[in-house]
Design a protein around this ligand. Structure first.
Ligand SMILES: [Zn+2]
Length: 234
């Protein structure tokens, strides 16, 4: 059994970005812990922040139950102002040491959403402080902005229906955005890319990676970027 840590800047990134991969880990018997850095209080689209935070926490809990996540953890970093400052890096380092994951998933650092960038930077800095002998691998996932370099493709065809259910659990976001439509677009793009990569017989890549959302996922050497616009996704 592997211990997996998913670092999600906001409630819904874990489902949109790597819900299929999470489900695969669960079915493989792995222990998945999801850490939400913010409560997503800025994504209320007219709702008061506290009400939004409460609602999005409940939605994340429902999505986690659908995916089979073992543990959820909610921090209260400021939505829309997340920063890879020393205090956050230190706290992350302590949690990583305590949870001892062998693998961490986080958004990639070239995302246009500043919170997603900050999450990637904070995880990278925190992992850098871990004893090399116990240092987990880090895979990055995209939300809206396509990865520009893909090192690994993971087929989540068998679990994509569960992933979609998890995404729908984030109803407050689905109500005001086109998350599901975007998911379909990304799925088609990733599938096409996977077929193209196979035809070129590219060698498997490795080291660090990326998890993705559609029916495929990617692994890369360094965290990269994808994007979700602040307007639609906080
Ligand atoms: Zn987000």
């Amino acid at each position: 059994m592997k211990r997996i840590l998913v670092v999600s800047p906001h409630p819904d990134d874990e489902s949109v970005g790597c819900g299929g991969t999470v489900r695969r880990h669960v079915l493989a018997g792995d222990h998945v812990h999801v850490l939400f850095l913010t409560r997503g209080e800025g994504g209320g689209h007219g709702r008061p922040p506290q009400e939004t935070a409460t609602l999005r926490k409940a939605e994340a809990e429902e999505a986690g139950a659908i995916l089979g996540v073992a543990e959820l953890e909610f921090w209260e970093e400021p939505d829309g102002a997340l920063s890879a400052e020393a205090a956050l890096v230190s706290r992350l380092g302590e949690r990583i040491a305590a949870l001892a994951p062998s693998l961490i998933y986080v958004t990639h650092d070239q995302e246009t959403h500043p919170d997603h960038q900050a999450a990637a930077q904070a995880v990278r800095l925190a992992v850098g402080g871990v004893d090399p002998d116990a240092r987990p691998d880090v895979l990055t996932y995209e939300i809206w902005t396509p990865l520009q370099q893909v090192d690994e493709i993971i087929d989540i065809t068998s679990v994509v229906a569960v992933k979609r259910r998890a995404i729908r659990a984030h109803a407050s976001q689905c109500d005001v955005t086109e998350i599901r439509a975007m998911h379909r677009v990304h799925t088609r793009r990733r599938s096409s890319r996977s077929r193209a990569d196979s035809s070129r017989r590219r060698p498997p890549l490795s080291t660090s990676s990326t998890c993705r959302g559609g029916r495929s996922a990617t692994r890369r050497r360094r965290p990269r970027r994808a994007a979700c616009s602040p307007r639609r996704h906080r």
